[in-house]
Design a protein around this ligand. Structure first.
Ligand code: SUG
Length: 450
């Protein structure tokens, strides 16, 4: 059923929120810790992200916009015992716990690869497209995201006949779920049934599965299995793969820092998975397409794990262009790393569909460990499904101008700890987001609007 209908992949990029800051909140994410004391520039961050979205749109690709979350999360502060009006709550938390203040102000929802796991209707038993927001419970600041993520997804994909929105998994480490960052889909084209790869870092119930020793494994096998169950994925269309625990300990906190897939291509580091040769053999066997499957393994000799983590080569997006060839959408850090840039040059002339590369300056996000692929949630949609998506969240020349004007009007170009302690920032942020819900026709998705 539905095996050959027109379908395409749409990237929904997180619009960087007005409170983007460097807080050093993500143990295991090297860039986040290295830049813990950095001064952020939210305006530049948002403009860098929008430039990528516009460039994708200009290449003829379908591009969507995923709104930021409302920050600071004063609800959680009240749950933690801070009382009074918003100003009093912020004054108290700034005095008692600056790290908590940073956490509730985090703009981490920009990394929409972690927003949810998405199973296209081509893969599911009921022929509907399924979403489950990630619980992100491994990091406090990220665990604040799933409710708003679900509200936003419902405002974007509002047709209940076509889209199913599941409640995020139980909010505790047994079911640690980081969304699409640990999920990819291999298929002949986006219009074909696919094999969904669920990559996990550890198991909660099975002690014989060895996880990392130093840094946390954020995704559990049990979470991946629950998502596949919830999404009603057809038999033979889901496979579970363990990430190599050694690379998690070297800073590969999500699988999308060491592997990227698109259609019939999987680009991965040779140390990405546990028991890699056997794992890849299983993958080849499980592949359900008719086209050849290209698995490109990048040797350590060419690109070390350290270079991969520094440059975010594997956090490039791999996109199919309108002529059917593939492009690597890479961060500029790849161009500036000689091992990586040499490898990319070689990759483009190898026998595989990847023909071109485009580099983007996403430094503001990169400094928190978020590259091009972190910033986008991929949704493979049939034409009727795409027609039912809220049209106001789709990128266009007019939408781009409206969003640039909005950013210019509301965003600061510098944010430090003392700015976060200034209660006026709350009013400023809420005013901006209220206006954004009109630009993107989202309705009342934020708690402060209710
Ligand atoms: O969860 N960084 C994010 C980066 C997420 C990247 N996403 C993917 N690989 N898909 C994280 O570690 C840093 C926040 C701070 O320290 O201010 C942060 O949350």
């Amino acid at each position: 059923m539905n095996n050959k209908q027109a379908s395409l992949e749409v990237n929904f990029d997180g619009l960087v929120g007005p409170t983007h800051n460097y807080a050093g909140l993500s143990y295991g994410n090297v860039a986040s810790l290295n830049n813990a004391d950095g001064v952020s520039n939210p305006k530049q961050a948002a403009l860098q992200g929008l430039a990528k979205m516009k460039a994708m749109h200009d290449m003829g690709l379908k591009q969507g916009v995923f709104a930021p979350h409302a920050r600071p999360d004063t609800d959680v502060l009240r749950r933690l015992g801070f009382t009074g009006n918003d100003t009093q709550v912020i004054n108290k938390v700034a005095k008692e716990s600056p790290v908590l203040l940073r956490a509730v102000y985090s703009a981490s929802a920009m990394w929409t690869a972690n927003a949810a796991t998405v199973s296209p209707s081509l893969d599911t038993h009921d022929g509907k497209l399924h979403f489950t927001a990630a619980n992100l419970n491994n990091k406090f600041h990220r665990s604040l995201e799933p409710q708003t993520t679900t509200a936003l997804l419902k405002a974007m994909f509002c047709d209940n006949e076509r889209f199913v929105h599941h409640t995020h998994l139980p909010e505790q480490p047994f079911f640690g779920d980081e969304g699409a960052a640990n999920h990819t889909r291999l298929c002949d084209t986006h219009a074909s049934k696919g094999l969904e790869l669920f990559v996990y870092g550890a198991s909660s119930f099975n002690n014989s599965i060895q996880g990392p020793k130093k840094y946390p494994a954020r995704q559990t096998l049990e979470a991946s299995q629950a998502i596949a169950r919830l999404h009603n994925i057809n038999e033979h269309q889901a496979i579970y793969i363990q990430q190599n625990p050694d690379v998690i300990d070297q800073g590969v906190f999500h699988n999308d820092v060491i592997a990227v897939g698109n259609e019939n291509v999987l680009l991965c580091h040779e140390q990405a998975f546990l028991n890699q040769s056997k794992t890849l053999e299983n993958l080849r066997q499980a592949y359900i397409g008719e086209k050849p499957l290209y698995i490109v393994e990048v040797p350590t000799q060419a690109v070390s794990v350290e270079d991969a983590v520094k440059s975010y080569l594997f956090n490039s997006q791999l996109v199919t262009l309108t002529d059917g060839s593939m492009m690597l959408v890479a961060p500029e850090e790849c161009k500036n790393n000689s091992n990586v840039s040499q490898y990319i040059e070689a990759l483009l002339s190898m026998d595989n569909p990847i023909n071109t590369v485009k580099f983007f300056d996403l430094r503001q996000s990169m400094q928190n460990g978020g590259g091009p692929a972190c910033l986008r949630l991929r949704v493979a949609l049939t034409e009727p499904e795409l027609a039912s998506v809220n049209p106001e969240v789709m990128m266009s020349d007019n939408k781009f101008s409206a969003l640039i004007t909005w950013v210019d009007k509301h965003y600061r170009d510098k944010l430090t700890d003392s700015d976060l302690a200034d209660p006026h920032l709350i009013v400023e942020t809420h005013t901006a987001l209220d206006e954004l819900t009109q630009i993107l026709a989202l309705g009342s998705v934020y708690q402060f609007q209710r």
